[in-house]
Write a protein that binds this ligand. Sequence first.
Ligand SMILES: Cc1cc2nc3c(=O)[nH]c(=O)nc-3n(C[C@H](O)[C@H](O)[C@H](O)COP(=O)(O)O)c2cc1C
Length: 418
Amino acid sequence: MPDSSSVPPETVAVRPAPTPQQLALKRQYPTAFDLRERARRRLPNFAFEYADGGAGADNGIKRNWNALDAVEMVPRYGRVVSPPSADTTIFGKPYAAPIGIAPIGGPGTAFPGAETYLAHAAQAVKVPYTLGLLSGIDIERAAEIAPDVLWLQLYRFSKNDHKIGLDLVRRAQEAGVNVLVLTVDTPTRTTRPREVKSGIMNPFKLTMRLRLDAMRSPHWMRSLGRNGIPRFTSLAPYMEPGIDLAKASAFIRRESGGAFTWDEIKLYRDKWDGPLVLKGVMHPDDAERAVESGLDGIFVTNHGGRQIDALPAPIDVLPEIATRVGGKCTVLYDSGLRSGVDAARAVALGAEAAFAGKSFLWSLGALGDRGPAHLIDVYIDDICATMGQLGCRNIEELRGVITRHPGAYTVADFTSAQ
Ligand SMILES: Cc1cc2nc3c(=O)[nH]c(=O)nc-3n(C[C@H](O)[C@H](O)[C@H](O)COP(=O)(O)O)c2cc1C
């Protein structure tokens, strides 16, 4: 633990006292899993399966959760820690906590209007919101809603010398996006059995089965009525006008795919004037290569167990990666986050911040537009309580907490596997 005398005094804006409505929500849905159970009951089956399902038999998801649960943190006592502050700085910008919203493609399938609600909630509280490229609001609209906290995720659109990809970079720059994220961990398309069994097709098609399923959920239908059928709005300028959802989905399948190569990453590095992050790094050598390629940050993640369920849990590879590149780039974490305790674990093991995907969709499925703000609140309260319990007054001190981490990969594990 760092010497407490070197830590500056608390400088954090006090969070406003909770309203009676917020308190009532906290009593009813104190955890992300409470929201998950309500979402399961309130959403159409396909929407919940899209939001919640993983690759294979969901073993990657379970591994992510179990690996987080196995990380222990040792408290220190003897000084006043109340109230701890979760304020932090990422890429030079202040945020209310080291907790962010991970990019989610097609979130309107899980809950129509999801992007708008997530962007508003993140901007209000000042936590990072990463707009997935395949979203129902475009980059420009997202930047209007969430100017201080907007990050943008891109997939690889490589045709015609990355014409679409680089135009998206230009638009992101003009719109004032704060951080650009290149996703690298989807080199091939994989299937999620729960999604397939629920009737979702790729390319997407609004079949009679999905319509009937949707009609069983007044909650989802009300939001559809307010927000309209989800579309891939950021990509609309590159498609024929008025194209339907099935054709738009086929267009994306045709135009995108594969993982960015190191040469391509340099191309984006040259064009993007701002923090650039590579999402999907799971090996320390790739982390080093990312630093050499001029990236400012990496996301240690296994895509929340959605791509393949044979990957290690990212929390288990995080410390080794952070040791190798922590001083040279910003290490971010996602996969399996269900609480502020999980976020604290990731920070204690070397991440600057921890992001969540599925749980934000659960929050929308459970509570609609009120969901994301409630979940952010739950996460921030929880990380503050965790810090207090551990004897940390601020995030800097949390980084120095002693951990026990039985699943941690070592350098030898990585090299012997080669
Ligand atoms: C429905 C859904 C769609 C996703 N779409 C994308 C995407 O378009 N791009 C991306 O980089 N990650 C995508 N992700 C992965 C998340 O960014 C993140 O890595 C993952 O959800 C974190 O794990 P968690 O869900 O356990 O919190 C998606 C996740 C979900 C749940």
